[in-house]
Design a protein around this ligand. Structure first.
Ligand SMILES: [Zn+2]
Length: 410
């Protein structure tokens, strides 16, 4: 096992205080810090503290020792997941990710058309799907999947704008996936002057709604929409946001975003685990390339009832490790709480073996012991455990340790 030196990605939507705060460093940072990458992604792999080698090279040099035979065969000698700590001060773009079949077809099609891999108009950077699991570390607000159309009709009625009446009627007459597809397509293909007028009108309606019922069922949605209007005036993604589920996760709660789920993170700090892919189709709230026809091929318009991912104990009767239940081959995520006093949680916890593992400490300082070795992992730090290591036991270093554990399901 080895401590990892993990790269920080400075995107404009990041926070100047959250990741610094996690690492116990004085903030604000000189640039917004958006993502801390823990993994072997070729674009920005973590490095092993000590040797300075990248995790990508470490795995390539002895894939069987790093990943185990099963993962080598199943995932072509590559670490199949990427873990991140994500700190969103401002909303990220609305996006959806393709299924594996869509990604294979799209990647091949763009290759044949000769679109360079680094072109800004390129949709498919690889041939893999990109399911994502996000678990909140702070209160975390997000939008994901289409709300029940009947509820969206009620929202449009509550907003009370005459300009939105034809759109409300369109959805009321066809309150299903086809109606959602029709309305989304209408909005995202409107001329930009029409979008700007509708978004202005929406902002006024949200202010009025909040004046009438500041604690009503749509108050949170109205607040989110106003925040989006302020940041992205004239962006059709604001209109699309009317149709999505809006959720606020509490620390420890997670959402799973499978292929076709239209989503956007709005605000908060979280741990994100995803398959190793860069395939993103954007749908607004961004100055970047939006390919509407391709997005429409990928988005799943069936209404979705969004709720936090269920969790279960990793071991019968043991509550230290909670596993998030997601239907994915590439990764599994669990959250482990330890407590040096033993009053609230266990003092130590043995990790089951098999395949590669990355342990991210998000609170306190955890002590990892294995085969006579000891490594301290502070908050904001990450530990790489290859398949070939003997059993690793985590010990609490403080009274409130929290770690997240990424593995490949066996
Ligand atoms: Zn995403």
């Amino acid at each position: 096992m080895q401590l990892l030196d993990c790269p920080v990605r400075n995107y404009a939507w990041g926070s100047r205080t959250a990741l610094a705060g996690l690492r116990g460093e004085p903030g604000p940072s000189p640039h917004p810090e958006a993502e801390l990458w823990m993994g072997a992604h070729p674009a920005d792999p973590s490095r092993l503290v000590g040797s300075g080698a990248t995790l990508l090279v470490e795995i390539a040099e002895d894939p069987v020792a790093a990943l185990g035979q099963h993962v080598c065969e199943r995932f072509d000698k590559q670490l199949p997941f990427l873990m991140k700590v994500l700190a969103a001060e401002e909303p990220l773009s609305i996006q959806a990710h393709p299924s594996k079949a869509q990604a294979q077809e799209g990647f091949e099609r763009e290759n044949q058309r000769g679109v360079p891999l680094d072109a800004s108009s390129r949709n498919y950077k690889d041939d893999n799907h990109k399911p994502e699991l996000l678990v909140a570390l702070t209160q975390f607000s997000a939008m994901a999947g289409f709300r029940d159309p009947e509820a969206t009709v009620a929202l449009l009625e509550e907003l009370g704008s005459p300009r939105f009446v034809p759109y409300r009627d369109l959805l009321a007459e066809q309150p299903d996936g086809s109606g959602l597809r029709a309305l989304f397509t209408t909005w995202i293909t409107l001329p930009s002057s029409d979008v700007a007028e509708l978004v202005d009108d929406l902002a006024e309606s949200c202010v009025a709604l909040l004046g009438r019922s500041p604690r009503g069922p749509f108050a949170e949605v109205a607040r989110n929409l106003l925040q989006l209007v302020e940041r992205y005036p004239g962006d059709a993604g604001v209109l699309a946001s009317i149709l999505l589920n809006h959720i606020t996760l509490q620390p420890g709660e997670g959402i799973f975003l499978d292929a076709g789920n239209l989503h956007a993170y709005l605000h908060g700090v979280g741990v994100e685990l995803m398959a190793n892919s860069d395939n993103v189709l954007r749908g607004g709230l961004t100055p970047k390339h939006v390919d509407v026809p391709e997005l429409l091929r990928v988005v799943d318009f069936e209404p979705l009832e969004l709720s936090p991912v269920p969790v279960r104990n990793a071991e019968p009767g043991g509550t230290a490790e909670q596993v998030y239940q997601v239907p994915i081959d590439e990764f599994a995520l669990s959250r482990i709480e330890l407590d040096a006093t033993g009053l609230l949680h266990s003092v130590s916890h043995g990790l089951s073996r098999g395949g590669p593992q990355i342990i991210a400490c998000t609170r306190g300082e955890v002590i990892a012991r294995s085969g006579g070795e000891e490594v301290r992992v502070p908050a904001g730090g990450a530990l790489w455990i290859p398949d070939s290591d003997p059993e690793v036991i985590l010990h609490a270093g403080t009274a409130r340790d929290e770690v997240f554990r990424a593995v490949v399901p066996q």
